[in-house]
Design a protein. Structure first.
Length: 291
């Protein structure tokens, strides 16, 4: 048996090994050569016992040290296909995300319709300028779901609490009777107040022409590209079974790419569950294990 002993003279600790089964042990300190007797406790739970320092009783510690230990090795676990299935699902999410960024109208409309059914609402910002860039005040904009407002002195209209989705709006100039349709166009209302449109009216033509700048779709495409790149990194991590945290983040971000009719959300959630359940199969960059 081995024990860690503290010398009562110099306070230094050292290890002593003995095969004796006696309750006392005669010890010489290797640091100061002090001689003293240690009383070895009968139970391992006792941390301190009395040592005989010449003829006086002093406190010294005896701590069991280096007892035989069993090394428990982790069993080799059979690899599953969960990480690769998750990588495949996330790759589909990447394709849908990039497709939504390139052709947003085609991919996003269906998802917005489902979100509208779920009660998700947002706001839309519309700015009207003339061909020289001067804000146009007093333009009336009418659409479904209670959209009925007029642009302010800055040529801006902000309408809140609109269900997300596609709308066809009618725009009337301030100089015409509101019953006469002037111009009409389609707009999309996105979650998180991302819908922002700029319209340029050309009053030099007859009838007045309207040019739409899809500001909101431009922002949306940029956001979807960034999110898709993050998901792609998660795909690589999951396929290689490296860095489970990166793969989990990729799957989590994939939820926000929406996808066609929210299919991307469903696939990302499934991938997230598969990666979480197979975390032990990932290397996580560790070059060894502690036992």
């Amino acid at each position: 048996m081995k024990g860690r002993i503290t010398c009562p003279a110099c306070g230094q600790q050292f290890i002593k090994e003995t095969t004796q089964q006696t309750p006392t042990l005669s010890v010489h300190c290797p640091h100061c050569s002090h001689h003293f007797v240690v009383k070895i406790p009968s139970e391992q739970s006792i941390d301190k016992e009395t040592c005989m320092h010449n003829e006086e009783s002093v406190d010294c510690s005896w701590e069991e040290y280096g007892e035989p230990r069993k090394t428990i090795l982790s069993s080799t676990k059979r690899r599953t296909d969960k990480p690769k299935i998750a990588a495949f699902l996330l790759f589909i999410v990447v394709i849908m995300g990039l497709g939504s960024a390139v052709i947003p109208d085609t991919f996003i409309d269906g998802s917005l319709d489902l979100l509208a059914v779920a009660g998700v609402s947002s706001q839309i910002t519309i700015e009207i300028l003339n061909q020289t860039g001067v804000p146009q005040e007093g333009y009336k904009i009418i659409g479904p779901s209670g959209l009925n407002a007029t642009t302010n002195a800055s040529g801006i209209l902000i309408s809140n609490h609109l269900p997300v989705g596609e709308y066809r709006i009618r725009i009337y100039s301030s100089s015409e009777n509101a019953s006469m349709e002037h111009m009409q166009t389609d707009v999309l209302v996105f979650p998180f107040n991302l819908a922002s449109y700029e319209f340029i009216v050309d009053t030099s033509t007859t009838p007045v022409s309207l040019e739409k700048t899809n500001t909101s779709l431009t922002w949306c495409s940029g956001i979807l590209i960034i999110l898709s790149i993050i998901v792609l990194i998660g795909v690589i991590s999951s396929w290689r079974r490296q860095y489970s945290d990166v793969a989990l983040v990729g799957a989590l971000v994939g939820i926000f790419t929406l996808g066609f009719y929210l299919l991307g959300v469903l696939l990302s959630i499934i991938a997230l569950i598969l990666i979480y359940k197979s975390k032990e199969e990932f290397e996580d960059g560790k070059k060894g294990k502690s036992f």
